[in-house]
Each structure stands twice: as structure tokens, then as C-alpha cells.
Design a protein around this ligand. Structure first.
Ligand code: NAD
Length: 339
């Protein structure tokens, strides 16, 4: 019997981009999946096939409300905690109060998991826990290793601080309460079902509606390690299977891509010809953020399998096949800065 066969699993935020791909994988591997999501940024359409097939249990509710988290944990063996007040760069730079509630939500989920005797808690953390001061030089060949998250902390907005505090809380629970847990630090995830609030999907959306001049936030030299969602899901499941002690582990590719180069790849593949307009006045985030993934390789035997150019093509194909031009034209400006 496979590890996930008949395992009773809760995915908080399971209607989200990443959450719904995780749900797909868990259902495919025989898990009994419960999703609790308030649909504040998740979409029912992401899990509609499972709802139609009755292959998951779904509750629409805000996990911060009294009693919701406790009810969600009932009879659960593994919790994947992905629910978060989170958006792309345009959101996390300009909103602090909402993401700050992620700290209280994480605390509540871990507390209720312990109360319910849950076997394992898997936390969706982020590259945003890494100190900003390390990530300012785009010309430096920097790979962030897990041990770089230490005092003096300098996380990315209150969103990053909430992720950091939740990691530390989960670690303390493992150490002091004997709970089993792991935090997965996701780095700039992209793929089908992604949202325009995140850079790669924003670029694809601009090409889709024929934007000209084509806006690029920042000077284009920001370096990222965009990581394909299937790789993220595979790493998350392996982490859930293999790590117990609250360790925080990077899940990110080591492929370094500059924003301007990603834009050129999008323009080339979509065949959209446009003049590029740099917008250094818009939010950009750190100039140089790329993970070192050797710990995941060592502890999980995990390595990303999807090269950026391939994942990008798949994502563009999905976007062009499923979106409506008029609708994207109407909503894009808002989608870039909202959740
Ligand atoms: N997308 C990325 O590049 C990235 C990178 C690092 C970490 N993460 C983390 O991965 C997780 C999933 O992110 P995503 O990008 O797939 O989409 P997302 O940010 O839309 O996911 C959050 C999900 O949680 C739900 N939610 C939010 N608050 C809730 C609440 N109080 N109660 C119930 N449900 C609630 C939302 O409706 C949504 O479905 C989040 O925790 C996010 O912080 C994402």
C-alpha cells in the first residue's frame, strides 16, 4: 500500500493554485482529502472536478473563525497548511495587516492539530523568510541556504515575518511537544491555475491581451528561480513522508532567470511583438532571490525536473487555452495588485 493510500488528510487553502495541485496528487495517490478554504483568493473551479466526482470533502469557511479549525482537524492524520492571506509582489508590498493574520492562523492550526492528535503538520512557508539584506545584488551568484535564516532577521514584509514565525512555532512544537512537522520554503511558484498577481502569469496575461508598450516592473534585472508547481507538489509530499522534526527546507530550482529574460521568452513563445517599458517605480521585491536546494536533495532525494523554458510553455499553453481576452483586459490592472 502506498504511503498516501487511505490516509486522512486536511489541505487548508486547498482551492488555491498550489493547494489544488497538491489535492490532485493526493487524490491520485489514494488519500482521503478534506479541503477547507474560504475562497478569498482560491477558486472553486480549481477543485471542481473533485467536487463533481465526490473525491474530496470540501468546506467553505474562514479558518480564523471560532471552531472552524477544530472541526477541520477531526479524524485527520496529516495537515497541509497552505491557507494564507497572500498575494503577489503588488500585494505583499502594499498590505501588512492581512498577511499579519497568517501568524495567528498558523498558531491556531498548529495548536488545534496538537489538540486533535494529528500525526504530521506540513507548513507551506516561503522564500520570503530570507533576510532582504542578503538579496540586494543581482550580479552576485547567491544561493540561499536554509541556515541563512537566523538573527538578525529581515524577512520580506509582514507576510515573510508571519511565515518565519510560523516556521519557528512549528519547530518549537516539535521540540517541546513532540509533534511531527516540516516547513517547505516555496520559491516563486508558477504553472497552470497560477494568478496574474504573480510575475510569470502577469507577463503571460500582458502578452495575451497584446499589451504594447509591454510593462515590466523594476529594471528587469531582478533574478528569480521560478519553480514549476508539479515539482513543488512532489517535494511537498516527500517532505511530508520523510521529515518529522520541524526542519524548514527549500523547495526551489537553482536555475537563475532575470525578469527581463523571462519577459523575452514569453514574447518569443507567444509571438507578441511589443516595445518594453520598464517601470522602476513599481514593486519589485529583492533583486536576487534563488534557493540552494542541496538539503532537499540530501534529505528527500528531490530535484526539480521541469526547466523554466518547458514549464513556461506549458503555462502559456494553459493560459491561452482557458482565458477570455475581454475578461482579462477588463480585470488585469486590478489582478496585478490584489490577491
Ligand atoms: N505562489 C507562490 O509563489 C508561493 C511562494 C511561497 C509560498 N506560497 C504559499 O503557498 C500557499 C498557497 O499559495 P498559492 O499561491 O497557491 O495561492 P493563495 O495565496 O491563493 O492560497 C491561499 C489559499 O488559502 C485560502 N485562504 C486564505 N485565508 C484563508 C482562511 N482564513 N481560511 C480558509 N482559507 C483561506 C485562499 O482562498 C486560497 O485558496 C500559501 O500559503 C502561500 O503563502 C506560495
Amino acid at each position: 500500500m502506498g504511503f498516501w493510500e487511505r490516509r486522512r488528510v486536511l489541505v487548508t487553502g486547498g482551492a488555491s493554485f498550489i493547494g489544488s495541485h497538491l489535492v490532485d496528487a493526493l487524490v491520485a495517490q489514494g488519500a482521503q482529502v478534506r479541503v477547507v478554504d474560504d475562497l478569498s483568493s482560491g477558486r472553486l473551479s480549481n477543485i471542481q472536478a473533485h467536487l463533481d466526482a465526490r473525491s474530496i470533502e470540501f468546506t467553505q469557511a474562514d479558518l480564523r473563525e471560532p471552531g472552524v479549525a477544530r472541526e477541520a482537524m477531526r479524524d485527520i492524520q496529516t495537515v497541509f497548511h497552505l491557507a494564507a492571506d497572500h498575494g503577489g509582489r503588488g500585494y505583499v508590498d502594499t498590505h501588512q495587516a492581512g498577511p499579519a493574520t497568517d501568524f495567528f492562523l498558523g498558531g491556531l492550526i498548529f495548536w488545534e492539530a496538537r489538540h486533535a492528535g494529528v500525526e504530521k503538520v506540513v507548513y507551506a512557508s516561503s522564500g520570503c523568510v530570507y533576510p532582504n539584506y542578503l538579496q540586494s545584488d543581482p550580479n552576485q551568484e547567491l544561493y540561499l541556504t536554509e541556515d541563512m535564516v537566523k538573527p538578525p532577521y529581515d524577512a520580506d514584509n509582514l507576510y515573510g515575518y508571519a511565515k518565519l514565525m510560523n516556521e519557528l512555532t512549528l519547530q518549537a512544537y516539535c521540540r517541546e511537544y513532540g509533534m511531527k512537522g516540516v516547513s517547505c520554503r516555496y520559491f516563486t511558484v508558477y504553472g497552470p491555475r497560477g494568478r496574474e498577481s504573480h510575475a510569470v502569469i502577469a507577463m503571460i496575461a500582458r502578452a495575451f491581451v497584446g499589451e504594447n508598450p509591454f510593462e515590466v516592473w523594476g529594471d528587469g534585472n531582478q533574478v528569480r528561480n521560478w519553480t514549476y508547481v508539479d515539482d513543488i507538489v512532489r517535494g511537498t509530499l516527500l517532505a511530508a513522508e520523510k521529515i518529522d522534526d520541524g526542519t524548514a527546507i527549500n523547495l526551489g530550482t537553482m536555475e537563475r532567470v532575470r525578469v527581463i529574460d523571462a519577459v523575452r521568452m514569453v514574447l518569443e513563445y507567444t509571438g507578441h511583438k511589443a516595445e518594453i517599458r520598464l517601470r522602476p517605480d513599481m514593486p519589485t521585491g529583492p533583486m536576487n532571490r534563488v534557493a540552494d536546494n542541496s538539503l532537499a536533495k540530501r534529505l528527500l532525494g528531490w530535484e526539480p525536473q521541469v526547466a523554466f523554458k518547458d514549464g513556461l510553455k506549458r503555462t502559456i499553453d494553459w493560459y491561452f487555452a482557458t482565458k477570455d481576452r475581454d475578461e482579462v483586459r477588463r480585470t488585469l490592472a486590478r489582478a496585478l495588485v490584489e490577491r
